[in-house]
Design a protein around this ligand. Structure first.
Ligand code: DC
Length: 230
């Protein structure tokens, strides 16, 4: 049987995980799995159902009624589906970011999404990014990377993205949101954001995008013995 490789990339929001992981997946011919997008899809369902923040019992009761899945478009980009509807374009708002952080602290939600994530790694060579990939989802991943950057730097990147998308949020508001989300994701009891044992920590504060991609690909190719530029 062909060996499947798995690369786990964890880290706080705005560290550049998804852009870097997507580029690395392209270089190595692996499938990129954005697990944050899956939590965001559940968050959208919870918001649409009108459930209050923190109401874990109502969220748990909603889960059996949901069909959450993801696939890949003709361009190779990951697409999220909620009850058959393509919701990819609806899950990147600041409101859904807050909601996703809230629902992802609920053990029932994490359990609900666990098998879906593991199944991908069972079938394909993957680069999977999230908060608990190296610690919980794929503890036996071939390569574990913890990608981080200082808080102001991550907020500045996020601010640029939001401004380009036409958001009116100020830098201070974005900084507050990033800080709050980090705290919630790191302090929760269920699978908190943490550096997995054996993970290589890469700080991208002083690196541009290309340098960050090279740093991540370097770790992967060292471990796989492959040519990173291939
Ligand atoms: O990576 P992101 O910003 O799209 O993730 C949205 C939220 O989902 C984030 O605040 C934490 C949560 N999340 C998680 O708890 N575990 C993951 N593996 C991925 C995301």
């Amino acid at each position: 049987m062909e060996k499947h490789y798995s690369v786990a990339i964890d880290g706080p929001s705005g560290a550049g995980k998804s852009t870097i992981a997507r580029a690395a997946a392209r270089r190595f011919g692996f499938i990129y799995v954005d697990t944050g997008a899956i939590y965001r899809t559940v968050a959208l369902a919870v918001e649409r159902a009108g459930i209050a923040f923190g109401d874990a019992a109502a969220v748990e009761a909603l889960l059996p009624e949901l069909s959450v899945s993801f696939g890949y478009g003709a361009d190779g980009a990951q697409r999220e589906f909620l009850n058959g509807e393509d919701v990819t374009a609806c899950i990147r708002t600041p409101e859904i970011s807050r909601r996703a952080s809230d629902v992802s602290a609920m053990p029932a939600v994490r359990a609900y999404l666990l098998d879906m994530q593991r199944a991908m790694a069972g079938q394909f060579s993957v680069i999977m990014d999230g908060r608990d990939i190296g610690t919980v989802v794929l503890p036996d991943a071939d390569i574990k990377i913890f990608l981080t950057a200082d808080t102001r730097c991550r907020a500045a990147r996020r601010y640029k993205e939001l401004a380009a998308a036409g958001s009116g949020m100020s830098f201070e508001e974005v900084l507050r949101e990033v800080t709050e989300r980090d705290e919630r994701d790191s302090r929760r009891a269920a699978a908190p954001l943490a550096v997995a044992e054996g993970a290589r920590v890469i700080d991208t504060s002083e690196l541009n995008l290309e340098q960050s991609i090279d740093a991540v690909c370097g770790v992967i190719s060292d471990r796989l013995g492959a040519n990173c530029n291939g």
